[in-house]
Design a protein around this ligand. Structure first.
Ligand SMILES: [Ca+2]
Ligand SMILES: [Ca+2]
Length: 339
């Protein structure tokens, strides 16, 4: 009996080591930057808040995402390992093997006891991606927002959604940055009102699907719910008006854009033109459009060249149903940031 004593201590030490909780950032650690987690194959324990239901991204078993203050990660498990219902907003302590699937880092529990419910603090606020910012390894697994309704900063659908693998794929422009959006069939999201040019505010998980090393591309946004895909439909007042909605001066060389709202009575047609200080028309933003709108100007001329810094005049012309013409202007300034 005395000889088994050190063995018991050893088991206790191993047991305690196995139960130690690490941050999700530590579980994801990739110090050599090869896109493969350095702890691949190790059993680790993390604590994180679920940002969707446990079964949302899987037809069978569990595939969902949790995040803590440091990072987010995919949880992937067979149905036999499921502890029962996991709801968005719940915090769980989860033990599993660190895996990697087409660049997506996962923790894969093997039995229900690998899940321990802690509490229900609610789903964290999404991390807001800035204009021109893409999805990268650092935000993989986190709940993200793309486009900002408070700033009238939308993303624009680049191509009509294509059916693929039981879901849909499309791309959006976040300013100059193209971002892939993957609508998983398991979410039940419908995308019937989305086509090229549709303007959206999006939420979703930062995901990755990259079939080849070094696993540094293939990042995609994974919407969870129908409400994560909001079509931007600005409500335009019907007084004749031209309004700059964003910072003016603006710095196109830093990816900044100018959002311009225009509108007027129904039946009026609208033309929006940008002139330089010599009176030359350099950019035609709208030509005899039948309704008011919000549009984005990237500081380029009609041939796609970035215009020199300086003041420009935006002219709105409205022609009503009787042929009467109305005009108004705004002075805007193309600038470069002082640093
Ligand atoms: Ca690595
Ligand atoms: Ca990855």
């Amino acid at each position: 009996m005395r000889r088994s004593f050190p063995v018991l201590i050893l088991i206790l030490i191993i047991g305690l080591a196995g139960a130690q909780t690490v941050t999700i950032e530590e579980a994801r650690e990739d110090l050599n930057g090869d896109g493969i987690p350095d702890h691949l194959g190790e059993i680790m324990t993390i604590e994180g808040i679920a940002t969707c239901e446990g079964t949302l991204f899987s037809e069978t078993g569990l595939s969902f995402y949790v995040q803590d203050e440091t990072a987010g990660i995919n949880i992937y498990a067979y149905d036999s390992a499921s502890p029962g219902t996991i709801t968005a907003g719940e915090r769980w302590r989860i033990t599993g093997e660190i895996k990697q699937y087409n660049g997506l880092i996962e923790i894969s529990p093997s039995e229900p006891s690998d899940f321990v419910y802690i509490d229900n603090p609610g789903v964290p606020q999404p991390l807001q991606l800035g204009l021109n910012q893409g999805i990268s390894e650092g935000v993989e697994g986190l709940l993200l927002a793309l486009g900002n309704s408070a700033q009238s900063q939308w993303v624009t659908v680049a191509n009509s959604p294509e059916s693929a693998g039981g879901g849909y794929n499309f791309e959006v422009w976040n300013g100059q940055m193209a971002i892939a959006v993957r609508v998983s069939g398991s979410t039940g999201i419908t995308i019937s009102d989305i086509t090229a040019g549709t303007r959206l505010f999006l939420k979703g998980i930062g995901g990755q699907y990259d079939s080849e090393p070094p696993y540094d591309s293939g990042y995609q946004l994974l919407p969870r719910y129908q409400s994560d895909i909001q079509v931007y439909q600005p409500s335009i007042s019907d007084g004749f008006h031209l309004t700059v909605l964003t910072e003016n001066p603006f710095a196109p060389s830093f990816g900044e854009t100018l959002n311009i709202e225009y509108g007027g009575p129904s039946g009026m047609r609208f033309t929006v033109t940008v002139f330089d200080r010599s009176g030359r028309d350099v950019r035609h933003l709208a030509d005899s459009r039948p309704a008011g709108d919000v549009m984005q100007w990237n500081g380029k001329d009609d041939s796609g060249e970035t215009l020199p810094i300086g003041p420009y005049i935006v002219l709105l012309e409205g022609v009503d149903s009787d042929g009467k013409r109305y005009t108004t202007t705004e002075t805007v300034v193309v600038a470069t940031p002082l640093n």
